[in-house]
Design a protein around this ligand. Structure first.
Ligand code: AMP
Length: 496
């Protein structure tokens, strides 16, 4: 049976893993690293760069480099890269295609199927966009699973163990807290919180600013105006930060950084961990409120959390680990690399679907109640929050006006009884309902949430059988023709 790979398609970095002999293995990429920066670039000559090569040109050629495209998935129609408008799905597909190619080189066989992870709070359209990115890259996305669930699986936590877990994920650009309850074979997301604009990059930026200030004081030159120098400062800052997770002090040495009146100028400074922690103290503080919010939303105290799992490279910082212990009063579980746990869990789930791994059962639930608006703006719920997916349900509705031939279906997600308190996620019209007094026609509305959490809604007029359906998020999701077009342009290398 050909392998199914597990992919952590991250905001900052992406990772691909596969099960070998029942155990997940992270695949080493063509460059020799295990993390692929989620960065796509176009060179001046028009060549596409993905991963570390693209990251290297990020500051020097910002117009031709795109990072954090995950923030746009299912949210923005287009993103701009090298002066062209690209679909976020197509940019993500570049990353997936590289991971696919490197996995194929490692396995020595074609890879056509993948399990991809997404944040627990991702909506239907964000999940659909992720699936479409896979299709564009030539991957059938057999399952989309939540990142915290994947991390739990990597720690050997299976759905048969009753417990409450807090997953604390601090990556390069985002901070996510998820609280999961595991019982009766179900991973239920109790609460999610976080900060979409907080991550290791902010620590790097503080170090860059400190380095630039020092240089300005010593040489009266503003390095932040020099893109090439700034790129080097950024790389050196990240390296220093990473080193300071295991060292008390490190040296930053950047020869020929720029030139002044007396010739070439270099940077050679020491940075102590304590200094970095001082520079970034307020960033650390910002991790506390989302953690408390998640606990409050889940109606739990720290003592009720059975295990804490740390995910994301930035959780390697000692100050971050100390903070978690201080706020939650417990040691996090250790043993799986925080950069790799999500991909490992995705690979395990892929192994289950491929019948290579036994004994890991994974069921997800709908994170919101789903329903349609009825008379007076009241929402009739059709699938309740926390229903195990896949889930289906239907209800019969009718018309509210005599002779009404068109029924507008407005689909909402959320826990309020009134439409205004919920989020509208899709609308469509059923046209051609036979004229009849109000209340007579029978319109059957069915909801179908698949295992990936993607919702399809169908309305049928039961007498004539006329029907209409939508896949939620389809106003933003790509149409099959568009996917085919993007796949074709991928084959020619333009990907646009
Ligand atoms: P992720 O999105 O999980 O890949 O995390 C990426 C972030 O983790 C980047 O900001 C990295 O600089 C940071 N990171 C990786 N390793 C370490 C480390 N040992 N100490 C501190 N930060 C790290």
């Amino acid at each position: 049976m050909p392998k199914i790979v597990g992919i952590d398609l991250g905001t900052t970095n992406s990772v691909v893993a596969v099960v070998e002999g029942q155990e997940p293995t992270v695949i080493t990429l063509a460059e020799g690293a295990r993390l692929c920066p989620s960065v796509v670039g176009i060179t001046r000559a028009g060549e596409r760069l993905v991963g570390s090569m693209a990251k290297r040109q990020a500051v020097a050629a910002p117009d031709r480099t795109l990072s954090s495209v995950k923030r746009h998935m299912g949210v923005s129609e287009f993103v701009s890269l090298a002066g062209e408008q690209m679909r976020p799905q197509a940019v993500s597909a570049c990353i997936l295609q590289k991971l696919k190619a490197d996995a194929e080189a490692y396995l020595g066989e074609p890879v056509t199927r993948a399990v991809i992870t997404v944040p627990a709070y991702f909506t239907d359209s964000q999940r659909q966009a992720t699936k479409d990115a896979g299709t564009i890259a030539g991957l059938e996305v057999v399952r989309i699973i939540n990142e915290p669930t994947a991390a739990a699986l990597a720690y050997g936590i299976t759905a048969t163990q009753d417990q409450t877990l807090l997953v604390w994920d601090l990556g390069g650009g985002t901070f996510d807290v998820s609280i999961l309850h595991i019982t009766d074979g179900i991973f239920e997301v109790l609460a999610t919180s976080g900060d979409m604009n907080l991550g290791g990059d902010d620590w790097d930026a503080r170090i860059v600013a400190w380095m630039a200030e020092r240089f300005q004081a010593d040489h009266n030159i503003d390095l932040t105006r020099d893109r090439m120098a700034l790129q080097r400062l950024k790389e050196a800052a990240e390296k220093a930060k990473v080193e300071l997770s295991s060292l008390i002090s490190t040296n930053i040495n950047l020869p020929f950084l720029t030139s002044g009146e007396e010739g070439p100028l270099h940077m050679d400074i020491d940075l102590a961990r304590s200094r970095m922690e001082l520079l970034c103290a307020d960033l650390l503080d910002r991790l506390v409120p989302p953690t408390l919010t998640a606990l409050r939303d889940a109606k739990l105290t720290p003592a009720q959390i059975d295990s804490i799992i740390l995910v994301g490279g930035s959780t390697r910082m000692p100050a971050v680990q100390d903070l978690v212990k201080r706020v939650l009063g417990k040691e996090p579980v250790k043993g799986v690399d925080p950069d790799e746990s999500v991909a490992r869990g995705a690979a395990l789930q892929a192994g289950v679907l491929n019948a290579e791994v036994q004994g890991v059962l994974l069921l997800d639930v709908t994170p919101f109640t789903l329903g349609i608006e009825t008379i007076g703006g009241v929402v009739a719920s059709i699938i309740e929050k926390n229903t195990t997916v896949p889930a289906q349900n239907k209800q019969i509705f009718t018309t509210s006006l005599d002779g009404q031939t068109v029924v507008n279906i407005r689909v909402y997600q959320g826990e309020s009884k009134s439409a205004t308190g919920n989020t509208l996620i899709g609308t469509f019209s059923l046209i051609g309902v036979p004229r009849a007094p109000k209340g007579v026609p029978k319109i059957e509305v069915s909801f179908d949430v698949d295992a990936n959490g993607i919702l399809r809604v169908e309305a049928i007029e039961t007498e004539t059988g006329i029907k209409q359906q939508i896949k939620i998020g389809s106003h933003r999701a790509l149409q099959p023709e568009e996917i085919a077009q993007l796949q074709k342009s991928f084959a020619t290398g333009s990907g646009r």
